[in-house]
Design a protein. Structure first.
Length: 195
């Protein structure tokens, strides 16, 4: 192989691995943050890996947000159900793999038992779309793309590793959520925005 062909092959290989950064949000971060915090109807599908004190699991994640209602499904690595979480305003329920449903504090305890900690579901709704939850203090750092790089809120640290286009928005594709020994890695494969 001559030198020219080798250089072309190397460039093609590198271009296949590289991803172009998403453009900075029009109107700046504060405008983008307000728009995202107002986003009420969306779904995501992806994968989650949970690690807590040497224990953990990985599997599928589906999240459907419709106003104050959220339906979250955590699936096992081969597709079997792990937990189905339902939130409707202040009401919180969980259905376990055997089909038994628990409400309120018992539901929160079941999630903490399976995942390793209470999950901040009301804040997660915002963190997943790349903004701080409104009404609670936070510290944020922005990346070169004028989007969240890190967020600290409610005792949790969120690191945003990658973003992707979803309609006319740019939303997180990969994020890392930690509190103490608990770590959740979320990789979003598909965003669907409902008008």
């Amino acid at each position: 192989m001559n030198m020219r062909a080798a250089v072309c092959a190397a460039l093609l290989l590198l271009s296949g691995c590289a991803t172009l950064p998403e453009p900075a949000p029009a109107g700046g971060w504060e405008s983008a943050k307000a728009r995202l915090q107002a986003l009420e109807h969306w779904t995501l599908d992806g994968r989650v890996a949970v690690a807590a004190s040497g224990e953990g699991f990985s599997g599928g994640l589906s999240w459907k947000q419709a106003g104050v209602r959220a339906e979250v499904e955590l699936r096992g690595p081969v597709g079997g159900p792990v937990l189905a979480i339902r939130v409707d305003g202040d009401r919180f329920s969980v259905t376990d793999p055997q089909g038994e449903t628990f409400d309120g504090e018992r539901a929160k305890a079941l999630v903490a038992e399976r995942v390793g900690s209470d999950l901040p579901i009301s804040e997660l709704r915002y963190w997943l779309i790349g903004v701080p939850a409104p009404g609670t203090s936070f510290e944020e750092t922005l990346g070169a793309d004028a989007r969240l790089a890190t967020l600290d809120q409610a005792g949790w640290h969120i690191r945003y590793d990658r973003y992707r286009s979803a309609g006319d928005l740019v939303l997180p594709a990969k994020l890392d959520i930690t509190q103490g020994a608990l770590r959740l890695r979320v990789a979003v494969s598909d965003w669907h925005l409902v008008p």
